[in-house]
Write a protein that binds this ligand. Structure first.
Ligand SMILES: Cc1ncc(C[n+]2csc(CCOP(=O)(O)OP(=O)(O)O)c2C)c(N)n1
Length: 350
């Protein structure tokens, strides 16, 4: 078990010589797994680009939030968890659903409102759900997922279960009441929960320092004596390592943790946001830190991925997304007779 001091040192960030550092993670992980992380990042990048295109072609209705640019936080977060852990997210969740094992075809079908979608076409982009894979949903109400995640963690603690809960949110969410109440209860009851703030720097059009009196968001956890750290959200391995450590502490010590992953979304808040509030040079600077390019360079420099492997992985991901669209196009809409199905629990929902 880590001492308080060791944990404090860990919270300040692991150095390259530290056995916990992302550099040793690269050395200590097999090539196939590392290449699979790359595959997942490009898969969700293509998926999101395609979802944006399908929205403009009116195949997808309602709202649609993409997480282009946040791929390292998505893949790192999911890779740090075990298959039977419970995951709660906000509405920017397509990538999380895919990384938790819901097939891109089934996610795309849900965006299209089709019966074959993971919420039987009832949820759409903001309400993906799959109980079997313990993907407990995207939520459209800002902060709505936090009390639910904490409630689930309470149930697990009460039953003495081994599983934990992981709960993702955006930076803007940390200014709302549910964030503070949830952190308070998580600490008070020592709940096995990992909170991940994806600080993509904007809540809709509001820059993080215009909305939060404490823009170093990880520091907010200290008000509840919760262990927290800030990591580079463009670095897949840094996110993975932080989540893995937090998950172990939740599982073994029954203590909550909070991670702030600093990243950037490349496009507007939702597909209908013209994104006029961000300076061009800021966007350009962050695009240079594209998490996919950074990770590709890292794998190449370590001699783990050559150019032809990269091209092969990208072509495979692109093909999977094309197939997802084909599946969604060919699937049926729910019929009018089925309109009232799944309204109450126990009615055969997934
Ligand atoms: C309770 C509530 N208030 C306001 C909104 C409108 N709204 C939707 S997203 C959003 C911004 C949230 O930003 P952040 O938490 O940083 O997440 P991001 O979209 O950046 O991933 C707001 C204000 C809402 N959906 N729910």
């Amino acid at each position: 078990m880590e001492t308080r001091q060791q944990r404090k040192a860990a919270a300040q960030g692991a150095g390259p010589g530290d056995p916990r550092s992302p550099a040793s993670l690269l050395e200590g992980t097999d090539r196939e797994t590392l290449l699979n992380y790359y595959y997942q990042m490009v898969l969700i990048r293509y998926f999101e680009e395609k979802a944006g295109e399908m929205y403009t072609r009116a195949r997808i209705g309602g709202y649609c939030h993409l997480n282009l640019g946040e791929e390292a936080t998505v893949v790192g977060f999911c890779a740090g968890l075990e298959a039977d852990d419970y995951v709660y997210t906000n509405y920017r969740e397509h990538g999380y659903a895919i990384c938790r094992g819901i097939s891109p075809a089934v996610v795309m079908a849900e965006l299209f409102g089709k019966k074959t979608g993971c919420s039987s076409g009832r949820g759409g982009s903001m309400h993906l759900f799959d109980l079997k894979r313990r993907f407990m949903g995207g939520y459209g109400i800002v902060g709505g997922q936090l009390p639910l995640a904490v409630g689930a963690a309470f149930a697990l603690a009460y039953r003495g279960a081994r599983e934990i809960v992981a709960c993702q949110m955006g930076d803007g969410t940390t200014n709302g009441g549910p964030f503070h109440e949830s952190l308070n209860l998580a600490k008070l009851y020592r709940l096995p929960v990992v909170f991940l703030i994806v600080n993509n720097q904007y809540g809709m059009g509001t820059r993080v320092d215009q909305g939060s009196a404490v823009p170093d968001l990880y520091r907010k956890a200290c008000a509840y004596d919760i262990r927290s750290e800030r990591v580079d959200g463009t670095d897949l391995l840094a996110v993975l390592e932080a989540v893995r450590t937090a998950a172990r502490i939740a599982r073994e010590e029954r203590e909550p943790s909070l991670i702030e992953a600093v990243s950037y979304r490349f496009r507007g808040h939702s597909v209908v946001d013209p994104d006029r509030y961000r300076p061009e040079d800021e966007v350009r600077r962050w695009r240079e830190r594209d998490p996919i390019l950074l990770y590709a360079t890292r794998l190449k420099e370590a001699g783990l991925m050559d150019e032809s492997t990269r091209q092969e992985l990208e072509a495979r991901a692109q093909h999977e997304v094309e197939e997802a669209v084909r599946f969604a196009e060919e699937s049926e809409f729910p019929s009018v007779e089925e309109l009232y199905d799944f309204v109450y629990a126990g009615e055969g929902g997934r």
